[in-house]
Design a protein around this ligand. Structure first.
Ligand code: PHE
Length: 344
């Protein structure tokens, strides 16, 4: 075989081997066999040049062949590397859309939310928000509100006394009404305030009662305030919160610090008045008490009952939250169980 023939065969074989290499390892092996070592086909041809007559022509020929073979190996290497990269892209792919550990963002407690909504409604009606202490003096909680010592109405608000100062003079407030007294001591009419806050009673826990709960108190004192203003105000906030189909109902009642006094209820939101288990088949749900400020209270805070009149109301915020969110047992409001609270 001539050098020319053998060089041609070398080129064909080596190019074929390069193209047919199935992997990078295979390609390297073929490259070693054909091109890279002294014992390779190329190595042996190179040895033969010395013995050729026209060494320069043989050298040139083999050089051209080598360049062609090298190109074939480079091209195949490129292909195989590209394929390997594409494969690893698929295999090692990280799906960024899967997302990692997620932080749950909390939200306001349903009672806090209703508390704020109620404030908003009354602020919209021109009221200011007032506050008072949760640990209160007997004077504000009872005495100035016309509950004299030993008055039987005190027993209705069975309270928790604090061992501080004179016996039975410091207590956890049983209602937000003491804020009425504090407000009227601090400012003169016209007064339009609401006072939301936490109150305490020695009640046994059941579906509707809890020893800790929230009330919102309202107080309006001005010239010419009538019972009609009170009823209209209560109706306005019930409509604002529950919509126009839910109505207010008033029944005569008694509180030492209002005269006349009423109890007010709203249409049961669950049955819309038809009667269900939530409203004990009455179609109404009790919300709170209200009435015209008793002249005895005005006297205790030095406001002239001949010139001014006013109304006050107070009702349970937890009760409103229960109704708005359909919470059956008030205990759920207080447990602080996130599985429950997450629903709202
Ligand atoms: N403070 C009363 C209660 O807790 C409710 C009330 C407030 C009644 C204002 C009349 C006026 O039962």
């Amino acid at each position: 075989m001539t050098f020319v023939d053998d060089t041609r065969r070398f080129t064909d074989d080596a190019v074929g081997a390069a193209r047919g290499a199935a992997s990078l390892d295979d390609l390297e092996e073929q490259e070693r066999l054909h091109l890279k070592s002294k014992a390779s086909t190329h190595g042996l041809l190179k040895e033969r040049i010395k013995r050729e007559d026209d060494r320069a022509a043989a050298g040139r020929l083999l050089n051209e062949a080598r360049v062609e073979v090298e190109r074939a190996f480079a091209a195949r290497r490129d292909e195989l590397e590209r394929a390997a990269r594409a494969e690893s892209m698929v295999r090692d792919r990280i799906d960024l859309t899967v997302g990692g550990g997620e932080y749950r963002r909390g939200h306001l407690h349903p009672v806090t939310r209703i508390w704020r909504e109620l404030e908003d409604v009354f602020v919209g009606l021109g009221y200011k928000v007032a506050e008072g202490p949760e640990v209160e003096l007997d004077w504000y909680n009872f005495e100035a509100l016309n509950f004299p010592p030993g008055h039987p109405a005190r027993a209705m608000q069975d309270t928790l006394y604090v061992r501080l100062g004179e016996p039975e003079q410091v207590l956890l407030r049983t209602h937000t009404s003491p804020v009425q007294v504090r407000t009227m001591e601090a400012q003169k009419p016209p007064i339009y305030v609401v006072a939301p806050g936490r109150v305490f009673r020695r009640d046994t826990l059941d579906a509707r009662h809890s020893p800790v709960f929230h009330q919102i108190e309202g107080l309006a004192v001005d010239e010419g305030i009538t019972l009609g203003d009170l009823l209209g105000t209560i109706e306005a906030f019930i409509h604002a919160l529950f919509g126009p189909n839910i109505n207010a109902r008033f029944l005569p009642s008694f509180f030492p610090f209002t005269e006349p006094s009423v109890e007010f209820a709203m249409t049961c939101v669950f049955c819309e008045g038809a009667g269900c288990t939530v409203c004990s088949k009455t179609g109404w749900v009790e919300l709170g008490g209200a009435g015209m400020v008793d002249p005895a209270v005005f006297e205790a805070v030095d406001i002239d009952p001949e010139r001014y009149s006013g109304f006050a109301f107070g009702f349970g915020i937890d009760r409103v939250a229960q109704l708005l969110y359909g919470i059956d047992h008030v205990k759920n409001v207080w447990d602080g169980d996130v599985r429950f609270l997450r629903q709202f």
